[in-house]
Ligand binder design. Structure first.
Ligand code: KIV
Length: 272
């Protein structure tokens, strides 16, 4: 089956993404971490592909995003960039690569851009990292912000619960979104916050807001393994499963094992 009907087959740029918000067109974004998956996602007509540091969870099996290294993110990002022709590819800056100071953040951002072939970077936080965000953008690198439940701060938050439910945190998030917009971010991800707050942010910033567990926004992002149903045991409220791949894969692999063991595969048709 063909993917979404793509009217414009030219490369998606930051300018196009910003224009989509102006035109009232929703932005579709999904993660990928390898060449094969990225190729499929791109050919389906995705606007933005995120090489998320969720690779730490879904590719490496870690409990958090904290252990993934810059070298590992560069590896994943390179694999994805090789498979993509049209979508904008954004890569997460991993934990510890931009929080220490502006110079270190800018240096790591430049390295990630130079060694991967992606089109932009995403980093978590508002006021705390705003100098670094400015420095990276001044270096000519498009930056996507990320506010709300920022997984690299899971130990500070004490878990993965919904953020900014209280007025004080919601006011800080609004202020941070404005700061990121003023710093020149081309878009902002909002993760796991109340839908009403997402709506307020969407109205108050001119750049696209991409939601995950944040209700309706200018666009939406999900982790591809979650929306394809590749892990039956992980089903948070905000994930809609568009396939049940764990079942499909279990059945296919089970059938293969059976056929190899009973001699039904390979037959003559698969032999030279
Ligand atoms: O790493 C990731 O996959 C992300 C998305 C959940 C936004 O940051």
């Amino acid at each position: 089956m063909a993917g979404y009907i793509v009217e414009d087959t030219k490369k998606i740029t930051t300018q196009k993404v910003i224009q989509m918000k102006k035109d009232g067109k929703k932005i579709a974004m999904l993660t990928s971490y390898d060449y094969t998956m990225a190729q499929i996602v791109d050919q389906a007509g995705m606007d933005i592909i995120l090489v998320g540091d969720s690779a730490s969870n879904v590719m490496a099996g870690n409990l958090t995003t904290l252990p993934i290294t810059i070298d590992q993110m560069i590896y994943h990002a390179r694999c994805v960039a090789r498979g993509v022709k049209r979508a904008m590819v954004v890569c997460d800056m991993p934990f510890g690569t931009y929080q220490v100071n502006r110079d270190e953040g800018v240096r790591n951002a430049i390295r990630m851009m130079a060694e991967t072939g992606v089109d932009g970077l995403k980093l978590e936080g508002g006021e705390e990292v705003i100098d670094t965000v400015r420095g990276i953008i001044n270096a000519g690198i498009p930056v996507m912000g990320h506010l709300g439940m920022t997984p690299q701060s899971v130990y500070k938050f004490g878990g993965y619960g919904v953020r900014a439910k209280e007025e004080e945190e919601a006011a800080k998030l609004m202020k941070d979104a404005k700061l990121l917009e003023q710093a020149g971010c081309f878009s902002i991800v909002l993760e796991k916050i109340p839908a009403t707050l997402t709506q307020e942010v969407c109205k108050s910033v001119s750049v696209p807001v991409i939601g995950i567990g944040a209700g309706s926004a200018d666009g939406q992002v999900l982790v591809i393994q979650d929306m394809l149903g590749m892990n039956d045991s992980f089903k948070p409220k905000f994930v809609r499963r568009y396939a049940q791949l764990q079942t499909v894969m279990n059945d296919a692999i089970g059938q293969y094992i059976t056929e190899v063991k009973n001699g039904d595969f390979p037959t003559e048709a698969y032999s030279y």
